[in-house]
Design a protein around this ligand. Structure first.
Ligand SMILES: Cc1ncc(COP(=O)(O)O)c(C=O)c1O
Length: 444
């Protein structure tokens, strides 16, 4: 599960780091005698986890960080920089600015205001906080399949929230959105570029058209799906949506989801650098070391892990965020894996899929005459698969959003429980046959 050689690389990098502090009088922290025993206990306790790193973990949104991210993060731990202020992390703040500018450029923004956050939730909070500052009396709108965080954040910020129904493809219904826009009280529309449940992508082209008739901001929640901007092989309609991302006002993307980073790495970007005015504050404690912009001046969080920026910077050096490069091919592989699994479901008369995946999430169930029977079967298959080391996830989906090919199934419940697989590892592409073999063997 780990590459022993990487520890040699870390040691060399640590030696190099130490050279920078060689002039200081010798000072070394000793490892207490009990540390080894405690660490072995930790290792034993941590065995109580699903094998998130392995391709047979094909359930929730979990993806191992890349080795280079892990090593760079660990290396930074010997400094433990704080990217709040330059006093706390000069090098890692510079790396954050560079890495975030590269992400902004992935969306076509040569200028931007942005920074890393501890999570997608916090990044979305900042986006909606700015939205609320611009339109304090107007509502935040998001689709019924948007992440629940938007409704909750709106409440935290004291902003009204408007849920917009979806169509049977799981996309925001633009007609329903227009009905709300006509009332003149929507300030910001959250457009999800890859919903958490099914990976559907909201119809950005049509929403941008509406912006010509009604004045509102567009915030893209691309926490999960944002890196598919680089993919080449998505369905044409999906590619068209991703191609227009630069027209939004703000974007959230999570490097700790598809960007190969350890947790603690979200990112918020604003197209207009002037949004920085909302962050203005007078801290009497920090900002004495230079007149340069401190990241703490453009962020709601104070202390932030400089190590997260170091990990991201190193990863983007290895994998530039450009179409056609190795990282974009990894995104293609995730979509390919999802299409392969979807095709297997479609080719097998015993199963029914929700719809062709737009990105890398596949939703399916065992065919049954009643929704209640499907719900029972999904739970049983989910549990049986886990006993065979195949880890899937479950999704409760509104029955009223089911597409036509589900019509023959009697709708005796409001929600259908389906199997859900986030195929986030590029390696999944080579494991779909094995996943399907194990899954179908669960039918008994
Ligand atoms: C679309 C979307 N937005 C926001 C979030 C919340 O992000 P985080 O878990 O990093 O706080 C998620 C998490 O799955 C997500 O999928």
């Amino acid at each position: 599960m780990y590459n022993k050689q990487s520890l040699t690389v870390l040691q060399k990098a640590l030696d190099k780091l130490s050279e920078g502090f060689a002039e200081l009088s010798a000072f070394e922290q000793q490892i207490p005698a009990e540390a080894e025993e405690i660490l072995l206990q930790v290792a034993e306790k941590m065995q109580d986890n699903f094998p998130y790193h392995h391709p047979l973990y094909a359930g929730q949104m979990l993806k191992p960080p890349h080795e280079v991210a892990r090593l760079a993060y660990m290396l930074a731990m010997w400094i433990n920089p704080n990217n709040h202020a330059l006093d706390g992390g000069r090098a890692s703040s510079a790396m954050e600015k560079e890495a975030v500018a590269e992400i902004a450029l992935m969306y076509g923004w040569k200028q931007h205001l942005g920074h890393l956050t501890s999570s997608g939730t916090f990044a979305n909070l900042e986006a909606l906080w700015v939205a609320g500052n611009i339109h304090p009396k107007r509502k935040i709108a998001a689709s019924e399949l948007a992440h629940y965080t938007h409704e909750r954040i709106s409440h935290v910020l004291g902003l009204q929230f408007q849920k917009i129904a979806c169509t049977k493809t799981g996309e925001m219904d633009v007609k329903k959105l227009e009905t709300q826009l006509k009332k003149g009280n929507i300030g910001t529309v959250v457009v999800t570029m890859g919903t958490t449940g099914i990976g559907s992508v909201d119809p950005l082209p049509e929403i941008l058209e509406l912006q010509k008739k009604y004045p509102f901001r567009i915030h893209l929640d691309a926490a999960y799906g944002g890196y598919f901007r680089l993919a080449d092989n998505l369905p044409e309609a999906t590619l068209n949506k991703y191609a227009l991302m630069q027209q939004a006002d703000s974007i959230v993307v999570d490097p700790h989801k598809h960007g190969l980073q350890p947790y603690g790495c979200g990112c918020i970007l604003f197209k207009d650098p002037a949004m920085g005015r909302f962050y203005k504050h007078d801290s009497p404690y920090t900002y004495f070391s230079s007149t340069e912009l401190h990241l703490g001046e453009i962020s709601l969080e104070c202390s932030r892990a400089g190590a997260a920026a170091v990990g991201l910077w190193a990863t983007q050096k290895l994998f530039p965020l450009q179409k056609g490069e190795a990282f974009s091919k990894k995104m293609d592989s995730c979509h390919n894996a999802a299409i392969q699994l979807y095709n297997k479901v479609m080719a097998d008369k015993r199963f029914i899929a929700l719809q062709q995946p737009e990105i890398d999430i596949v939703i399916w169930a065992q065919k049954q005459p009643l929704i209640s029977a499907i719900n029972k079967a999904s739970k049983e298959l989910f549990e049986k698969a886990a006993t065979k080391n195949l880890h899937l996830a479950l999704l409760n989906y509104p029955v009223r959003l089911l597409p036509k090919h589900w019509n023959a199934i009697e709708k005796d419940e409001e929600y259908v429980t389906c199997l859900r697989s986030c195929l986030m590892k590029p390696e999944h592409e080579d494991w779909v046959d094995r996943i399907w073999e194990i899954f179908t063997s669960c039918l008994g």
